[in-house]
Design a protein around this ligand. Structure first.
Ligand SMILES: Cc1cc2nc3c(=O)[nH]c(=O)nc-3n(C[C@H](O)[C@H](O)[C@H](O)COP(=O)(O)OP(=O)(O)OC[C@H]3O[C@@H](n4cnc5c(N)ncnc54)[C@H](O)[C@@H]3O)c2cc1C
Length: 426
């Protein structure tokens, strides 16, 4: 534990004290007698945590810092890519959060000083905290695939971290002629929502089948195995034979470089020319975690599974996709549960108590075609400083099932999305 460490990159070029004074020149906002909690990142994890904190103890001054005024939810966004939903149905404002008594600051974070417990925003304001919660989701690793940088993503969208990218991929698919080749790349683990690339592959194949049947989707996978693999592959055989080709790592699925100008994707074994390329690069915790000194060499943030407190910095908690803690999956459903458990732990810690270990549930639905979904659910609990999956708690859709069961799960997927976005943003 390096509780007193300050990230020196944010303060380079002068002494630490002088630099800190320069970055934190304003009097801290929110100073008062009650405890102050600052939450950075208004997604599934951060917003859930901020709301739960206020619900448990209305006297805590809670500030939620978020870059965007409108949040775009990624669950169900593969349906937007396939033209089955509109992007507007994915977007949410923060009015209900403000109405719940939470200060919402729309700004990006410039620096975090764990020693003086302050957060500097780009608009020159600073916020002081007793406890800080980091929930920034993921950043894409722009250094991981030669040729694939931010500019390349405007031509070969990832559609993995924002709504504009989802729209761009949709537009490219609608504008390409029939007889086209779509190439999609799937990154190594750990990454956001392990089944989501395969849901996307299924729904792109559905779009091709219904709108551009002479076209083809090639899925280049940096992995050999994936979540719910047999269920996906059975469905691909049943629904998308001849339209979808999956290339695992052992057959040359790992992308080694891309060339944007010629829309070429290179692997160890082959070269693919695409009309539309959807490159999902490797990922790491959102950048603010590095500013706060809570990300380790893997790029993710190790945490205590009971309090969600960083193992690298005291008084800073990390929740959602940015955290890494054993078997805990990176999903909106987990982010929502972790946000609530973290809030409860913080309230106890602020009162001098000792939080107890609690279970956390996860549920993830994947739509493979309209009216055809599968799911995976599990429960996790802290053991030996990590989350482990509770034996027997997990459930996966059956391999053999009537269409009515797949239809039922598609309805449950819709209900799940309505419920979770209503709870977090409504
Ligand atoms: C295609 C796709 C499909 C998916 N489907 C499902 C599904 O069916 N079920 C499921 O459970 N999960 C699904 N997920 C995963 C889910 O979207 C993530 O696991 C979830 O969003 C993680 O929540 P989070 O709060 O950690 O991050 P996010 O929800 O991404 O929120 C992070 C927030 O932090 C903000 N932020 C980042 N840095 C800063 C900063 N420095 N200052 C201020 N604000 C900042 C961002 O703007 C963002 O609003 C899917 C993901 C994708 C890509």
């Amino acid at each position: 534990m390096t509780a007193s460490r300050i990230d020196r990159r944010a303060f380079s070029g002068s002494t630490l004290a002088a630099a800190a004074a320069a970055v934190f020149p304003m009097p801290a906002l929110g100073a008062g007698s009650s405890s102050r909690v600052v939450v950075i990142g208004g997604g599934f994890a951060g917003t859930s945590c901020a709301r739960e904190l206020k619900k448990i103890d209305p006297n805590i001054a809670v500030t939620l810092v978020e870059t965007n005024r409108i949040f775009t939810a990624l669950p169900m966004s593969n349906s937007v890519v396939a033209g089955l939903r509109k992007i507007g149905g994915q977007q949410f404002e923060y009015r209900a959060i403000t109405a719940a008594g939470i200060d919402v600051a729309f700004a990006a974070v410039k620096a975090v000083d764990p020693q003086t417990r302050q957060v500097a925003l780009v608009d020159e304001k600073s916020l002081s905290y007793d406890r800080l919660v980091l929930a920034p989701g993921i950043d894409l690793r722009w250094d991981a695939i030669p040729g694939y940088d931010r500019a390349a993503a405007e031509k070969m969208p990832h559609a993995w971290n924002d709504g504009a990218q989802v729209d761009l991929l949709r537009r490219q698919l609608t504008e390409m002629p029939d007889g086209s080749t779509v190439v999609m790349s799937v990154p190594v683990a750990p990454a956001r929502c392990p089944p989501a690339p395969y849901e996307r592959a299924s729904l792109i194949a559905h779009y091709l089948k219904t709108a551009k049947p002479r076209s083809k989707l090639i899925v280049l996978d940096a992995k050999e195995n994936f979540s719910m693999q047999r269920l996906f592959q059975n469905a691909w055989k049943e629904l998308y034979t001849g339209l979808l080709e999956w290339v695992p790592l052992s057959s040359g699925g790992q992308v080694v470089s891309v060339d944007v100008a010629s829309k070429t994707i290179k692997t160890d074994f082959d070269s693919y020319r695409a009309n539309v390329a959807n490159i999902i690069p490797p990922q790491r915790a959102g950048g603010v975690t590095a500013l706060a000194g809570v990300a380790d060499r893997t790029g993710w943030c190790p945490i205590d599974p009971i309090t969600f407190e960083s193992k690298q910095q005291a008084n800073i908690h990390v929740i959602g996709d940015a955290a890494i803690a054993g078997a805990l999956p990176k999903s909106a459903s987990t982010a929502n549960s972790a946000g609530k458990l973290c809030a409860a732990a913080i309230v106890q810690l602020l009162a001098g108590g000792k939080p107890r270990a609690r279970e956390l549930a996860s549920a993830c639905y994947s739509l493979l075609a309209p009216g055809y979904a599968i799911s995976i659910t599990a429960k996790y609990r802290p053991v030996d400083d990590q989350f482990i999956e509770i034996e027997g708690s997990g459930e996966i859709s059956p391999l053999e099932a009537p269409q009515s069961r797949r239809e039922e799960e598609a309805k449950l997927a819709d209900d799940w999305f309505t419920q979770i976005t209503g709870e977090v943003f409504g």
